[in-house]
Design a binder for this molecule. Sequence first.
Ligand SMILES: Nc1ncnc2c1ncn2[C@@H]1O[C@H](COP(=O)(O)OP(=O)(O)OP(=O)(O)O)[C@@H](O)[C@H]1O
Ligand SMILES: [Mg+2]
Length: 265
Amino acid sequence: MNDMRLLERAVDTQVNKITARKVQVYYGQNHALKDVDVDILDKTVTAFIGPSGCGKSTFLRCLNRMNDTIAVCRVEGRIDLEGEDIYDPRVDPVQLRAKVGMVFQKPNPFPKSIYDNVAYGPKIHGLARKKADLDEIVESSLRKAALWNEVKDRLDAPGTGLSGGQQQRLCIARAIATSPEVLLMDEPCSALDPIATAQVEELIDELRSQFSVVIVTHSMQQAARVSQRTAFFHLGSLVEYGETGQIFTNPKDPRTESYITGRIG
Ligand SMILES: Nc1ncnc2c1ncn2[C@@H]1O[C@H](COP(=O)(O)OP(=O)(O)OP(=O)(O)O)[C@@H](O)[C@H]1O
Ligand SMILES: [Mg+2]
């Protein structure tokens, strides 16, 4: 294949998964997120970086309507998932969250067995008709989350009895068990040691072949390692968004430069 055709193919794969336009978030009187426009690409890892309190988690939660659960929170603007407005009143947030899964900073397995943690989503969404189908989903999700070999002989043991890094991979298995299209991860490695962090980062890279992944991280090294696109937030605004290499080597905005060189934040 000639270079031009290869280039076309690379450009072809840059499909928008999520489109956000003029997103505003208010917590009561606090205007926490201002005018955020962003296109999240499919089959790409997008990193959200920026100082504490700049709105990274707030924006992440807009993408699967987790902010709906916060009484004082109001979201304005438009967010589309494959062209469909996720804030349309006809959209069921529970169904949406099966398509746009989330992994939190602190591993939070349910007080259930390892098996049931992973089987829970597929069960409530009716994704398996027979026990054998469910077994298959549980195994493949645990395999994708690089946890299967460590737990296959104790699927009935409580999820909370695993190590922190294993619990986080269990939560990732739980999130991918419903075959989401987008996986949101809010500082998924902040409670993990370097070995577990490396495993989760490797996993994120593998998941990219199937999903769109958005990761919030305070580690610039992690953002540079795992992501292809980076968005820098500052004081509630999305200051700069672009190809990760460009953001880290040649930022356009002086605020981005100050942050990545350690002068703010
Ligand atoms: N549940 C909430 N109720 C009220 N205000 C909130 C809530 N969550 C966040 N905020 C406010 O919204 C702003 C953005 O917070 P957010 O948690 O999104 O920041 P962040 O970039 O994720 O920070 P960190 O890096 O510390 O996690 C802050 O001013 C914060 O106080
Ligand atoms: Mg946060």
